[in-house]
Design a protein around this ligand. Structure first.
Ligand code: 1GP
Length: 249
């Protein structure tokens, strides 16, 4: 287990965490750096860089390198493809899209990308990436057979298989900008069978939802679109951060 994993586990024992997603296709360098500094001040535990439509490797590499100098929290790559592997980050969600119908996203992209992960010295966080629902970019690009939002048992079965396969992270993904987020019942069902680090993202925009998801057992919530689109988004992020602080008590 590497440094980033250890620190995330230690921090998440105290309270659920916020990960902020920066999509280098959407936010250019200057905005990304300002955003990274602001969310660090608010208390975000890590910054994810990537996304399924972020495929410009040169641009992403510049964003990562620049943010890395500006903040202390870990920068974790969130690749949608092999092009998402760039230097200077601390770690990478080394993910298999468990419910893809295309083996490329389950093992082949991983095989193509692994040597570069090693070369760049990125800490791999072994992650089962599971797409819930349909109609989002991640769902389409990843050729996923989305698990219906109201089928927590199916998600739990995938997560148990992830645990048996030795994956220490699960990411339940409703997709960026999703109309609804993953439901608390699904998180509770997953939590009953999966002992690892549980990341939940997609469509989380308000403190009430965030708190429910944290109470259900999420270790980290990923926030992306809110910070790109909404007015007063940093204020809203602060509300979300506050609402999950003691959600487990
Ligand atoms: C997407 O889970 C992340 O991969 C974040 O989703 O953009 O909807 O916050 P949003």
């Amino acid at each position: 287990m590497g440094k980033v994993e250890q620190s995330l586990l230690a921090k998440s024992k105290k309270s659920p965490l916020i990960f902020v997603l920066i999509d280098s296709e959407v936010s250019k360098i200057k905005e990304s750096v300002n955003l990274a500094k602001s969310v660090e001040r608010i208390g975000a535990a890590a910054i994810l860089v990537g996304g399924s439509s972020a495929i410009n490797q040169i641009e992403m590499a510049q964003v990562v390198k620049t943010i890395k100098k500006a903040v202390k929290i870990p920068i974790i790559l969130f690749p949608g493809n092999v092009t998402g592997v760039v230097p200077h980050a601390d770690a990478i969600l080394f993910s298999s899209l468990m419910n893809s119908e295309n083996p490329y996203y389950i093992t082949q992209a991983q095989a193509l990308g692994a040597p570069t992960v090693l070369k760049f010295g990125l800490e791999p966080l072994p992650t089962a990436y599971i797409i819930i629902g349909e109609g989002t970019t991640a769902w389409f690009v990843g050729a996923a057979r989305g698990i219906p939002f109201d089928k927590p048992g199916i998600a739990a079965a995938y997560c148990l298989s992830a645990q048996f396969l030795g994956m220490r992270f699960v990411y339940l993904e409703a997709g960026s900008g999703a109309k609804q987020s993953v439901r608390p019942e699904m998180i509770r069902a997953v939590r009953r069978v999966f002992n690892g680090f549980l990341i939940v993202g997609g469509g989380i925009r308000d403190a009430k939802t965030a708190r429910e998801l944290a109470q259900a057992g999420a270790d980290a919530l990923v926030i992306g679109t809110l910070l790109e689109k909404e007015k007063d988004s940093l204020k809203k992020l602060a509300e979300i951060a506050n609402s999950i602080k003691n959600a487990r008590k």
